[in-house]
Design a protein around this ligand. Structure first.
Ligand SMILES: NC(=O)c1ccc[n+]([C@@H]2O[C@H](COP(=O)([O-])OP(=O)(O)OC[C@H]3O[C@@H](n4cnc5c(N)ncnc54)[C@H](OP(=O)(O)O)[C@@H]3O)[C@@H](O)[C@H]2O)c1
Length: 355
């Protein structure tokens, strides 16, 4: 039986990969810091959980004591993290480092975390220039992409068969950053209307954890030293995502498509990127990867999970209530705006009802 170790594997990507690999007959070990955050179905899936902090240098030799045919690292953020992996790469037939599309820069040096949004002008392929490593902390907007680049370079320079995956906006159950909460919360609050900046045309390519897991399995069977983008086969805009979420939860609302005359803070959902950011996934396809599903087909798992953890008061429900994430919304400005649209002189105030 082939053996896989997934570091930091109780979140969206790790949980999807663990299920995919166990179903394919792998023996899977996942690590994490907090036993309360282990998906309850993990044991039943056949995977094993090991409590191990990725930042503790003593944890890797312990977790890798029996070797691994496949090593997946979902918490490799810096060159130091990558250096810690190097002694174990020779024992793995294939290793996967989860990086990010935030490494890409456009011709003017703009990127996912710059104040001005990037304009790539076409779907972004793996040959797009990247940020340069810097000294900013990896948990900062300035340091996240550069530190990922440093980690990628450290692993690829090792000469071992390491595949760097660059997802975009990840969705999946057990995500610590479930962005769909922005719309799920509005559905649970039975909002009659949803406001969408840029007329709902903003888009930032989603990457289903289920699709990332499918590519991880492909890579396990085809070891190599390479970089691959990974994103859903489609790139829905904000209006489409809002309607997918509402439809799945059996809610109907009026989509209010805002133009530039509307207050700028209104309708700023997490995918509001104009021009849209789209990843080119041709290289993954050419390797033999087949997506698990479209955005609408794969996102329902996260939507159902979000509704469920809120209802049961699971500890992770606190994560989606955190104001750093799309947390408790302030509906007052939305209601004021909707009121001004329907009142005298409301027509032409920058909003337009859509289907
Ligand atoms: N989320 C996105 O939109 C996105 C986009 C592009 C790239 N990425 C990359 O994807 C990776 C995250 O994957 P994900 O989205 O599946 O994660 P996630 O849903 O955010 O979950 C994070 C996972 O990492 C574990 N973890 C965090 N710090 C750890 C540590 N020091 N030691 C052990 N476990 C630790 C968490 O377990 P505990 O709860 O037990 O700590 C959890 O299992 C990161 O490398 C990130 O840069 C994410």
């Amino acid at each position: 039986m082939r053996r896989a170790v997934i570091l930091a594997g109780t979140g969206a990507i790790g949980w999807a990969a663990a299920r995919r690999l166990t179903a394919a007959g792998w023996e899977v070990t996942v690590t994490g810091r907090n036993p309360e955050h282990v998906p309850p179905g993990l044991g039943a899936s056949g995977a094993r959980y090991v409590l191990a902090d990725r930042d503790d240098p003593a944890s890797l030799p312990r977790v890798m004591a029996h070797g691994a045919d496949l090593l997946v690292d979902c918490a490799c953020h810096t060159a130091a993290h990558a250096s810690g992996l190097l002694p174990f790469l020779a024992d793995a037939s294939s290793s996967v480092m989860i990086s990010t599309k935030a490494v890409y820069v456009d011709a003017r040096g703009r990127h996912s975390n710059s104040n001005d949004p990037p304009e790539f002008g076409r779907p972004v392929s793996e040959t797009q220039p990247t940020l340069r490593p810097n000294r900013a902390p990896y948990q900062s907007r300035e340091g996240y992409g550069p530190n990922k680049v440093a980690a990628e370079e450290t692993l690829l320079a090792s000469g071992h068969p390491v595949t760097v995956l660059r997802p975009s906006k990840v969705h999946g159950s057990w995500s610590r950053q479930p962005r769909e909460w922005y719309f799920v919360k509005r559905v649970l609050d039975r909002r009659p209307a949803v406001l969408l900046a840029h007329r709902g045309t903003g888009a930032d390519h989603p990457s289903a954890a289920l699709n990332i897991a499918a590519l991880i399995e492909t890579v396990a069977d085809r070891p190599g030293r390479r970089i691959l983008n990974i994103a859903d086969p489609d790139c829905p805009d904000g209006a489409t995502i809002a309607s997918v979420v509402a439809a799945h939860l059996g809610h109907s609302w009026r989509a209010v498509l805002l133009d530039e005359s509307a207050p700028p803070a209104l309708g700023r959902h997490p995918w509001d990127r104009v021009p849209p950011v789209v990843l080119d996934t041709t290289a993954a396809r050419e390797l033999g990867y087949t997506p698990a599903g479209t955005y609408a087909e794969t996102v329902v798992e996260e939507i159902d999970w979000l509704v469920g953890i809120r209802a049961t008061g699971h500890p992770l429900a606190r994560v989606v209530a955190d104001p750093c994430h799309p947390g408790p919304p302030d509906y007052a400005p939305e209601d004021d705006y909707l009121g001004s649209m329907s009142g005298p002189g409301g027509a032409g105030k920058g909003g337009q009802g859509g289907p």
